[in-house]
Design a protein around this ligand. Structure first.
Ligand SMILES: O=C[C@H](O)[C@H](O)COP(=O)(O)O
Ligand SMILES: C=C(OP(=O)(O)O)C(=O)O
Length: 361
């Protein structure tokens, strides 16, 4: 019996009826003490965040490309991917600002593996302390490699453990309408992209921009693990992400126009990112190439309101199921299907060419 569960002094028989177990959680301060961001890493992340914000606001004409695995399930494989991406990002840096997708938290439609922080052993053992540590180690390694990292902020406490190492963040389609996630975004130190809803609703993402840009006061946890009231300043570096929805894709020129009309009505900047995956690819990973080509043509044609794209890509194409006792294939996603590296490299070069063509206009 976990000793924490024996302490009933502060609970009555009316409480915790559905709590099976309570276990200790490391504090953010302790994890950061063990795995600090040194001065060099801090300077890099400051620079990347500034660069991302410049693209988001159109001060930098390059395209922001958030590319990488749907989810991280193995640090070595993620670093293997990061090394390839770094070489490509350097080669294309005049036209693209490349941020690696380093997603540790997966929102599920119903149930399923919730990501590397929640379950780093992929077996339902939920070693969250270890997941947080390994996530932070990986983010540090990627930063030292020279690549900015982007992640989805899903849990409301986990940002305290890793957000200092993140240069761009997303609020997912299932949480864009959540007041708590909008409040969280209002206090985060990096730019944040809000996905449209799973039904394709863009209005809720436009509303999220307004809410995320405003100051809020809410309850949270400090670095020392104490509860506290946080008052935020509002995040002026937010944008929307078109990811399609149950009614179909929404990356066409007409969809971009319609989304921008909603942004104008909401009184916010008309800049957006297109997610080539999810409902925009009808979850068929190869179709990301088609989506990216369409968006690249819009960009090359002078569409300046598209400031970025998102691509789900891993070392090898497709996806695999997580099955107890069945060994996993190297570099293959265990959540959404991804493009392989071989298809990703030419796609990035096409996007760079489109960005260059737009600058030349
Ligand atoms: O990007 C990942 C998935 O699309 C999202 O987490 C939902 O996954 P699910 O429908 O497989 O649960
Ligand atoms: C879960 C994701 O996307 P969405 O929120 O658009 O479903 C994702 O990008 O990993």
């Amino acid at each position: 019996m976990n000793p924490l569960n024996e302490d009933k002094a502060e609970t009555t028989r009316l409480e915790d009826l559905r709590i099976r177990q309570v276990s200790p959680l490391i504090s953010p301060a302790l994890l950061q003490h063990d795995l600090p961001a040194d001065a060099a890493v801090q300077s890099r992340i400051e620079g990347w965040r500034r660069a991302v914000a410049d693209v988001v606001h159109g001060r930098d004409p390059r395209l922001l490309v958030v590319v990488g695995p749907c989810s991280i399930h193995d640090s070595e494989q993620a670093l293997d991917y990061a090394r390839k991406l770094k070489a490509e990002a350097d080669a294309l840096q005049d036209d693209l600002l490349v941020v690696m997708r380093v997603y540790f938290e997966k929102p599920r439609t119903t149930v399923g593996w919730k990501g590397f922080i929640n379950d780093p052993h992929l077996d339902g053992s939920f070693r969250i302390n270890e997941g947080l540590r390994r996530a932070r180690e990986l983010l540090l390694a990627i930063a030292r490699l020279g690549l900015p990292a982007g992640t989805e902020f899903l849990d409301l406490l986990s940002p305290q453990y890793i957000a200092d190492l993140v240069s761009w963040g997303a609020i997912g389609a299932r949480t864009t309408e959540s007041p708590s996630h909008r409040q969280l975004a209002s206090g985060l130190s990096c730019a944040i992209g809000f996905k449209n809803g799973t039904d394709g609703g863009v209005q809720m993402a436009a509303d999220a921009l307004v809410a995320g840009g405003a100051p809020h006061a809410f309850m949270g946890m400090t670095k020392m693990g104490q509860v506290a009231v946080f008052e935020t300043a509002g995040n002026e570096d937010c944008h929307i992400i078109l990811r399609g929805g149950s009614r179909g894709p929404n990356y066409s020129a007409a969809d971009v126009q319609a989304a921008c009309a909603l942004l104008a009505k909401a009184g916010v900047e008309q800049h957006l990112m297109v997610d080539c995956s999810h409902a925009n690819s009808s979850k068929q990973y190869e179709r990301q190439v088609e989506v990216a080509r369409d968006v690249a043509a819009q960009v090359a044609g002078g569409e300046r309101r598209i400031m970025g794209l998102m691509v789900e890509s891993h070392l090898a194409p497709g996806r695999q199921d997580l099955k107890p006792g069945v060994p996993l294939q190297y570099g293959v996603s265990i959540t959404d299907a991804c493009l392989g590296w071989d298809a990703t490299q030419p796609l990035l070069r096409d996007l760079a060419a489109a960005s260059r063509a737009r600058r030349g206009r």
